[in-house]
Design a protein around this ligand. Structure first.
Ligand code: NAD
Ligand code: TDX
Length: 346
């Protein structure tokens, strides 16, 4: 049995990965470590509780005591999903981002230096490149992060790279594009717009909505990570994308259309400072290892909408309390612009 640590496994991608890995790898025994921040949700893991190959530990990746006690018992693989992950929150205040996304990764790497592992996957993001310049980014393009979240992820990558070069920690860095699917906290574009549309509330679109992201289904993301743990070279960086570039405005239209809601729900709001206009990745390096994304966006989005439609008890409580305060701070009520601001870019 291989002993596998999944940090941040109560969050969106980490919880999907825990389910996916337990189903796909019968010889893996998984420990999920999670601090259970606002984004971590025990409900995401409750169906695993009876699985003898699964256990949960409540703890912080930046706490050396917890981390050392897990590593000292012997680990084969580490998948580090734990992070503060929302760009807008990092713009409001970046302290927690530096603590978890940088110091937390340092704590994990120090432990991996002391108690060697077979593979250490540092889950990173296409945001480290900044907005696309001439062409889609290959892994050797310079990093130029535009917001504190992206900068903290780039710093973590630099540490992982340094620990590979200096101490031989078998780190692999993955840079994935925008991921969507079930169990994503309703602060990110797709789950926020789906749940707002289900409630008949406005969809706050930054600027004029012509920013472009490449959307990757979470199951494809998880499958790519399993592929990389088997085939990637340690010390290397791998882009993970779906070649599925869409404008934010078009995403809003698709969601409203599928839910039978009017386009008038789209509300332009003040743009995000430092907003990256366009992300696009060249994924030839990963393709050469025999992987590609399989889930067509139309199907993935339809299934994701159906999941939120059928799980109001999952997201409903998340949109009250602390989230409602965040929402008010982030979007206000007075900043909603009249829909005619979108005229000309439909
Ligand atoms: P998420 O915010 O849904 O989940 C993050 C999880 O980490 C939560 O369960 C949270 O409780 C936990 N966590 C936070 N701080 C912690 C700490 N100090 N110790 C232990 N656990 C802690 O994030 P996500 O969208 O699932 O992203 C997972 C990873 O993938 C992140 O590293 C993110 O940078 C990366 N990523 C995300 C996307 C995306 O589109 N969502 C794309 C590319 C890369
Ligand atoms: O209310 C909104 N209105 C809006 O127009 C929100 C929340 C977002 N947007 C826009 C901003 C972006 O152009 O939608 C696009 C996607 O925004 P987010 O969902 O916040 O994602 P993004 O900023 O692109 O970052 C995501 O992808 C890379 C994840 O949050 C990161 O964790 C990941 O690393």
């Amino acid at each position: 049995m291989k002993s596998v640590l999944i940090t941040g496994g109560a969050g969106f991608i980490g919880s999907n990965f825990a389910h996916h890995a337990l189903a796909r790898r019968p010889d893996w025994s998984i420990t999920v470590l999670d601090k259970l921040t606002y984004a971590g949700n025990p409900k995401n893991l409750c169906s695993l509780e009876t699985n003898p190959r699964y256990r949960f530990v409540h703890g912080d990746i930046a706490d050396p005591q917890v981390i050392n006690s897990l590593f000292s018992k012997g680990l084969d693989m580490v998948f580090n999903f734990a992070a503060e992950s929302h760009v807008d929150r990092s713009i409001e205040c970046s302290n927690a981002f530096l603590r978890t996304d940088v110091y937390g990764v340092h704590t994990l790497l120090e432990a991996a230096r002391r108690w060697p592992v077979y593979r250490f996957l540092q889950i990173s993001t296409d945001e480290v490149y900044g907005s696309v310049r001439e062409r889609a980014f290959r892994e050797d393009a310079p990093v130029r992060p535009s917001n504190p979240y992206a900068a903290s992820k780039a710093a973590a990558e630099a540490l992982a790279h340094a620990y590979h070069a200096t101490y031989g920690v078998p780190a692999i860095i993955t840079r994935a594009t925008n991921t969507y699917g079930p169990r994503q906290y309703p602060e990110k574009l797709i789950p926020l717009f789906i749940t707002n549309a289900l409630e008949g509330r406005p969809l706050p679109l930054y600027g004029n909505g012509d920013q472009i992201r490449d959307w990757l289904h979470v199951n494809d993301h998880c499958e790519a990570l399993l592929h990389l743990v088997d085939h990637a070279r340690t010390g290397d960086i791998y882009n993970i994308g779906a070649a599925n570039e869409r404008r934010n405005l078009d995403i809003a239209h698709l969601i409203l259309e599928q839910l039978g809601q009017p386009v008038s729900l789209i509300r332009p709001v003040e743009d995000r400072p430092g907003h990256d206009r366009h992300y696009a990745l060249d994924c030839a390096k990963l393709s050469a290892l025999g992987w590609r994304a399989y889930i067509p966006f139309e199907r993935g989005l339809r299934d994701t909408i159906a999941w939120y439609r059928h799980h109001p008890s999952w997201w409903g409580p998340l949109k009250s309390g602390a989230h409602a305060h965040y929402y008010q701070r982030q979007y206000g009520t007075e900043v909603f612009q009249p829909p005619d601001r979108l005229r000309g870019i439909r």
